[in-house]
Design a protein around this ligand. Structure first.
Ligand code: PNS
Length: 185
């Protein structure tokens, strides 16, 4: 499937970029690393849907609506980025949205093994849909939602790792669970 192939050319004589791609994730919470992927991928496609996946079986720090709200605030300056959520199979959501591609960020080599098998699985499940990997920027390669949560829960400073909306939300959690409460000698 070559998206945009039937569409008129843009003003500069080039075909339009593919219509709609999906960047899925738990985003519990969104980090500056995720946002960097969103910002860079959004330059390549007409519409980027950031899809928060709310599958049962995980115990998230934030509910799905809070995660969506934090992402919407973080992405407010990117007009071609939409934030949505779903539960169920990513392959079904890709079909529902008639999306051209799945976008995934890759931080470190060990991400690749899992993401590669997910890409093959999703391609099998949904009519050949491809996954495009966007490498993390060097300054965010070590930032993950789980490490941010761990630093936070142990009383560390996460200000450099998350967008302002997430920092505010986590600081308000801290008022109910004081910083360093988990630290024991
Ligand atoms: O941010 P994460 O937790 O690494 O994202 C993983 C996610 C949510 C993209 C992945 O678990 C997913 O696609 N979940 C949807 C359910 C699904 O399609 N599962 C089949 C592949 S295991």
């Amino acid at each position: 499937m070559l998206l945009g192939a039937d569409s008129p050319l843009t003003d500069d004589g080039l075909p339009p970029s593919p219509a709609c791609v999906i960047y899925p994730g738990s985003f519990d919470p969104v980090t500056n690393g995720h946002f960097d992927i969103v910002r860079r991928a959004a330059r390549l496609f007409q519409t980027l849907i950031v899809a928060v996946v709310g599958n049962p079986g995980k115990s998230p720090m934030f509910g799905i609506e809070d995660r969506v709200a934090m992402l919407r605030e973080a992405c407010a300056q990117l007009p071609n980025v939409k934030v949505d959520s779903f539960t169920g199979l990513l392959a079904d959501y890709v079909r529902f949205r008639q999306a051209a591609l799945i976008i995934k960020g890759l931080r470190i080599v060990s991400d690749f093994e899992h993401e590669f098998s997910m890409a093959l699985l999703n391609r099998k499940l949904e009519g050949g849909v491809e996954t495009m990997f966007v490498p993390a920027s060097l300054e965010y390669a070590y930032v993950s939602s789980s490490s941010v949560k761990e630093v936070f829960l142990l009383g560390g400073d996460i200000a450099d790792f998350v967008p302002p909306a997430v920092l505010r939300a986590m600081q308000s959690l801290r008022r109910t669970a004081p910083a360093g409460a988990a630290f024991q000698k």
